[in-house]
Design a protein around this ligand. Sequence first.
Ligand code: C2E
Ligand code: MG
Ligand code: MG
Ligand code: MG
Length: 281
Amino acid sequence: QVKRAGRHDFRFFTAAMQQRAARHLQVVNGLRHALEREQLRVVYQPQVSLKTGRICGAEALLRWDAPELGAVSPAEFIPAAEESGLIISIGDWVLRQAVRQARRWLDAGLPPLVMAVNLSAVQFRIADLPSQVAQILYEEGLPPEYLELELTEGVALQDPQGAIATMTQLHDRGIRMSIDDFGTGFSSLSHLKKFKVYKLKIDQSFVRDISTDVEDKAIVCAIINMARSLGLTTIAEGVETLEQKEFLREQLCDEMQGYHIAKPLAPEEFERMLSRQRDSQ
Ligand code: C2E
Ligand code: MG
Ligand code: MG
Ligand code: MG
């Protein structure tokens, strides 16, 4: 196929590649200064109990407003931050912001919730990660049971034994862990028992067509049932419709998160939602 491509096609191909490489460089260079230029902010998406209908958690999601690049989605800049190593300092900043925010909401007398923070596999491999996380919790005055670290199945790919050791240390410090995008990776189910995980986040790709696609339905039910028999909590991601929500509730999924409840919100908006809930109690 490559051989048959004419000169014109080839040039088009390299031009596109060059453009992509240039953009990647711009993103990495921009990211280098994003923290000091205060271009990063954290938004919070509610997680709701399907039993009570109440907010039981928040997922911290990073946003980058880069004046010279426009809005850059996490799907683009997180991988760039990982490749360049910048995710270490940026991830540390997100964790501290989220922990501080959780402490503030507790201090304001709002209903207690678990703050979920995404952790990149790169961060996960830092040797003293467990003590670094514990240090942030200590400095910000948040008890560990209010924090949840979202890991992906990828953290265990390279070094399952090392991953289990790190997770055991986090677990021993009282920090909860969940597996994000569950079902999209290749983690062995036998590992689940050894991983000190307490929650599975069912990936939104399975939730999307849950009402119509029999296979997605079967996958979601299998995950929920497996989790239940292992004593794990389940949360469905990307819930956008009432129909999806009702299905998940019938299948005894524990929690949900998605546009049906709310998009990721600025701290003030999230706080308003939490206070409304408190006042209706
Ligand atoms: P994720 O952790 O799986 O987060 C869920 C993504 O789904 C978020 O995208 C969220 O805005 C989006 N979402 C939530 N509800 C719905 C829904 O009902 N429908 C649809 N279509 N989407 C929904 P976002 O914020 O663009 O983040 C994308 C990914 O970037 C995240 O996936 C996560 O892997 C990564 N990410 C975001 N913030 C951070 C961070 O602070 N650190 C790290 N390491 N990764 C992050
Ligand atoms: Mg996540
Ligand atoms: Mg996810
Ligand atoms: Mg994801």
